[in-house]
Design a binder for this molecule. Structure first.
Ligand SMILES: [Zn+2]
Ligand SMILES: [Zn+2]
Length: 340
């Protein structure tokens, strides 16, 4: 077998497959890219050609529009395989957001899997993570510390509904990242039987519409802009986290501000942002899920792209796995941090 360290390289543009001549989630424009999912730190504009799931391509179109003009787009679905030069490529769902995929590459009898961002917890808005046996597993470690254990998301959303029952006259303003978190929280609210209209900040509307077009039912959604204060009293309003503290939210009557993020596990973060109702809901694997996944894929070697790599590599070593920190700069930046 030809070990992946001989044919996967870290270049300034990102992770590069040498015999395949393509990058995965490159940080700068490249001729050929495979994109794991549509979050802005992974899917950047300006590539010559992009291979991704149909859902990821659709979401990239929504977010980038003209930024994709010169890019040739090729869809790939789970279960399909194709060969780029001499590298066999296949994908499986990553369970992170709609369309998110892990990329499996096979070359000279060895297989490396790049998981992108992923989680193992159930999510009604995307297909669940499928472990792919491999020789090298490339993982994130956003929540790679033992303190990070995410409670079931459904319980967190139930907390929101309990709070709404306690304060039926107050607007409940939920800070959620636009791609993935917003739609997951809405879908969980629907799962718990909340069937009233949910109001959206304008920044969240295009991605919600795209999810609906792609077959994810989110129920009745209305724009918050233009709705009266009286109409929004006792309603659920979703907005990007940045809008919680800005002028936009000041027109709401006595709002309860909530934020859905894995970082809400850290009380100080919620306090510092003035969050009254922290909701620990993450689209990234928590510490037990990271370790479970390393076990499930059975790779003797783990490469960590970003996050708390030291702790994860240390723990993996104790369990007999070789670890390597790739220290890819540019993932998990500010915007994505809110997505976590
Ligand atoms: Zn992501
Ligand atoms: Zn990311």
């Amino acid at each position: 077998m030809n070990h992946p360290e001989n044919w996967l390289a870290i270049r300034p543009e990102g992770l590069y497959c040498i015999p395949g001549d393509f990058f995965i989630d490159p940080l700068r424009p490249v001729p050929r890219a495979i994109i794991t999912h549509a979050h802005s730190d992974h899917a950047r504009p300006g590539h010559g050609a992009v291979l991704a799931t149909a859902e990821t391509l659709a979401l990239m179109r929504v977010r980038m529009g003209a930024g994709l003009a010169a890019t040739s787009l090729q869809p790939i679905a789970p279960g399909e395989t194709l060969t780029m030069n001499s590298v066999k490529i296949a994908i499986q769902p990553a369970g992170h957001v709609l369309g998110s995929a892990q990329i499996a590459m096979e070359f000279e009898a060895s297989r490396a899997v790049v998981s992108g961002d992923y989680k193992r917890a159930a999510d009604p808005t995307c297909a669940p993570f499928v472990p792919i046996p491999c020789d090298v597993f490339v993982t994130e470690a956003t929540f790679g510390l033992p303190v990070f254990t995410h409670p079931p998301a459904l319980l967190e959303v139930a907390k929101l509904l309990q709070n709404l029952a306690l304060f039926p006259e107050r607007t409940h303003l939920i800070g959620c990242y636009a791609l993935g978190k917003t739609q997951r929280v809405i879908a969980l609210l629907r799962e718990l039987g909340y069937d009233k209209p949910i109001y959206l900040h304008g920044a969240l509307i295009p991605v919600c519409e795209a999810y609906t077009r792609l077959g994810i039912d989110l129920g009745t959604l209305l724009p918050a802009t233009g709705a009266s204060q009286a109409e929004l009293a006792g309603a659920i309003v979703m907005a990007p986290p940045s809008a919680l503290a800005d002028r936009w939210s000041r027109r709401l009557a006595d709002p309860v501000s909530a934020l859905a993020s894995g970082w809400m596990r850290v009380r100080q973060r919620a306090k510092a942002r003035g969050i009254e109702l922290p909701l620990i809901i993450s689209d990234h694997a928590d510490w037990p899920e990271l370790l479970q996944t390393i076990h499930d894929v059975g790779a003797p070697e783990i490469w960590v792209t970003h996050g708390a790599e030291e702790a994860l590599i240390h723990e993996a070593a104790k369990r007999g796995y070789r670890g390597r920190a790739l220290r890819l700069i540019g993932y998990g930046e500010a915007a994505e941090e809110e997505a976590a």
